[in-house]
Design a protein around this ligand. Structure first.
Ligand code: FMN
Length: 388
């Protein structure tokens, strides 16, 4: 396990160890502007020994938000983000931030026809009155790619050490990759070569704007978690393309927010809290009656993506970040033995920001997180926290 605590290079960036705090939506914003709580949260990660902490869901433009009060990258949010990067650097850590566009996953009423690869029924936001997406035309494709690149450059300028391009979990670039949502007939749809074209163009646009030395990680699904979605074979194809695009590392995850949200957060489904949090009565009633049918539960095991992720590890040489169910000294040893370069952790660090410090000191061998997933409920209340 101690191998993971040695210095590690992420492209040109030297990290103090191999541990990354994965993006977990913090909900620490007021009218889209980060609060002091967001700064404190990431400082606590750096102090706890995480080498690279990741700010979640940096919407690249106003129309990239899933809901109206979410943060997006603009002059006002950048002022606070600069304070955040300074505070984390002072605490000895490094920072990354997700670059995200929601695609058709929108409950943002300012955006009646959210963008997507194709015209799709919006199962995520239909009860908020946003029923269908608009298929992106050439102008949309160019504008959104440019938004990603501009946001990345702005984030670099306020002190971020890296950015993470979100190609997973069913958001816009994942909607292009998935045959379930990409029904285009042009050269952006059909084969995996075509489905991967736009996400790779966005990555190239970012690299061109921020320079090749600035680290860009990509978060990519191992699979969408349902038949007819993005597959492990597709994932290996995309990783091979990423190897040639000079992306610094790929974070392997899985699941599609509107269909298999708990595929990536295995454990309990906190249905009661999710219902209470809903702003729409229609959504509350639907969830109360059909919740268990709509939201499938996946049993938790330690390192739950390790089997699938190891198949990718064996097929490609690009640096890979393992993510999913990292909860113990033994689990970390297995991941290092399987040849992963970095290890990302979510809930064990939400439960205890000093998890890594304690593991390294030998005062703890296993996380106390019980995967109740109440942190998912808390992120939409006062901000992410552990209820235990
Ligand atoms: C409360 C919560 C919020 C999350 N928000 C995000 C997010 O904003 N972006 C993202 O890519 N993943 C998000 N995830 C998924 C995590 O990045 C990670 O894939 C998942 O928690 C599994 O890792 P773990 O077992 O170490 O917790 C979230 C997970 C949790 C528990």
């Amino acid at each position: 396990m101690y191998r993971a605590f040695r210095k590690k290079a992420l492209g040109s960036l030297i990290l103090s160890n191999a541990f990354i705090k994965t993006a977990t939506f913090e909900g620490m914003y007021k009218n889209g502007i980060p609060t002091q709580a967001l700064i404190d949260h990431h400082v606590s990660m750096a102090k706890g020994g995480v080498a690279l902490t990741t700010v979640s869901y940096g919407a690249v433009s106003a129309d990239a938000r899933t809901f109206e009060h979410q943060m997006y990258i603009n002059e006002r949010s950048l002022v606070k983000l600069q304070k955040l990067t300074s505070a984390v650097h002072e605490a000895g850590g490094k920072l990354s931030i997700q670059l995200t566009h929601c695609g058709y996953f929108s409950k943002n009423k300012a955006q009646k026809r959210p963008l997507a690869p194709s015209r799709i029924f919006n199962e995520y936001g239909c009860l908020s009155g946003i029923v269908f997406s608009k298929a992106m035309n050439q102008e949309d494709l160019e504008r959104v790619a440019s938004d990603f690149a501009t946001a990345a450059a702005a984030l670099k300028s306020v002190g971020f050490d890296a950015v993470e391009l979100h190609m997973g979990h069913g958001y816009l670039l994942s909607q292009f990759l998935s045959p379930w949502t990409n029904r285009r007939k042009d050269n952006y749809g059909g084969s995996i070569e075509n489905r991967a074209r736009y996400p790779l163009e966005v990555l190239k646009a970012i690299k061109k704007k921020v320079g090749t030395a600035f680290p860009v990680l990509v978060k990519l699904n191992l699979s969408d978690g349902f038949k007819g979605g993005f597959s492990l074979e597709d994932c290996i194809y995309v990783c091979r393309q990423l190897e040639q695009t000079a992306c610094e590392a790929v974070i392997l995850s899985g699941g599609f927010t509107s269909k298999t949200p708990f595929y990536l957060m295995r454990g309990a489904v906190p249905l009661k809290g999710l219902i209470q949090n809903s702003n729409s009565w229609a959504e509350r009633i639907t969830m109360a009656f059909f919740g268990p049918l709509i939201i499938k539960k996946y049993p938790y095991t330690s390192n739950f993506f390790l089997k699938q992720a190891s198949l990718v590890r064996q097929a490609v040489s690009i640096p890979l970040v393992y993510l999913g169910g990292v909860d113990s000294k033994k689990g970390i040893e297995q991941i290092m033995d399987a040849g992963f370069d970095f290890i990302a952790i979510g809930r064990a660090l939400i439960h205890d920001a000093d998890f890594l410090k304690k593991l390294e000191a030998g005062t703890l061998i296993e996380s106390g997180c019980n995967r109740c997933n109440q942190c998912v409920v808390e992120m939409d209340r006062e901000g992410i926290s552990c209820v235990l």
